[in-house]
Write a protein of this length. Structure first.
Length: 218
């Protein structure tokens, strides 16, 4: 029976992908790198920034990584003065799951500073039971974020579910020995997600509640 629900942020809860892509392209131009295509930029959403940049630019120098991280952060903070909205059904579904007694947590490729900023903007800084960010532990698809959350809440892998929109989320779950749920409206399409054998691959976030409760009632 699941107890611990772990959510990705960008592309799963928050409709922020177009903003991330725009800021990545602007940051690349600012340091003299060719801006990635929209498809390539969306593909790395979910990874920590260093892993994302080395995937996009395999020959990137360390000083370019540092400069691009700074530039991306400046662009994103400016663009995020009005925070990206949640996908349809997210707020209501999260509240229902919390009322049902599930532990709700976040595991994200965002920085700690970035996640804390957006949680405050959505007035959710006290809502989630726990969070992990890529710059304070290992990035996806390494399972350390999930392992730390399970240890914090004394939950076993069979009591935990990862919910995400990318193969990095689902691979992380598989590496941690836990089940996953994919959402198909984010960065990666359902064909990429189903390779990791999630419990379900959903077109609507609100259906997460139905899937989780169906497990609870087996």
């Amino acid at each position: 029976m699941p107890k611990l629900l772990i959510f990705d942020w960008d592309g799963t809860l928050c409709d922020s992908l177009s903003r991330i892509v725009h800021c990545l392209r602007c940051a690349a131009e600012s340091v003299g790198l060719p801006p990635p295509s929209e498809l390539d930029a969306r593909n790395i959403v979910g990874l920590g920034m260093v892993d994302a940049l080395t995937t996009l630019f395999p020959d990137i120098a360390r000083e370019q990584i540092d400069a691009m991280r700074d530039s991306y952060s400046r662009h994103f903070v400016e663009a995020d003065r009005e925070p990206s909205p949640f996908f349809s059904g997210v707020s209501e579904t999260l509240c229902r799951l919390k009322d049902q007694g599930y532990l709700l947590t976040v595991a994200t490729g965002k920085s700690r500073r970035g996640l804390d900023r957006v949680l405050r903007a959505h007035q959710l800084d006290q809502f989630f039971d726990g969070t992990r960010c890529a710059d304070e532990t290992a990035g996806k698809p390494h399972p350390l974020m999930l392992i730390e959350l399970m240890e914090e809440f004394e939950c076993l892998p069979e009591e935990s579910i990862m919910i995400g929109d990318t193969e990095y989320d689902l691979a992380m779950a598989a590496n941690a020995g836990m089940s996953s749920i994919g959402v198909s409206y984010g960065a990666h399409d359902s064909r990429r997600l189903t390779r990791y054998r999630p419990l379900a691959c959903l077109d609507k976030f609100s259906d997460v509640e139905m899937v989780v409760n169906s497990i609870k009632n087996i």
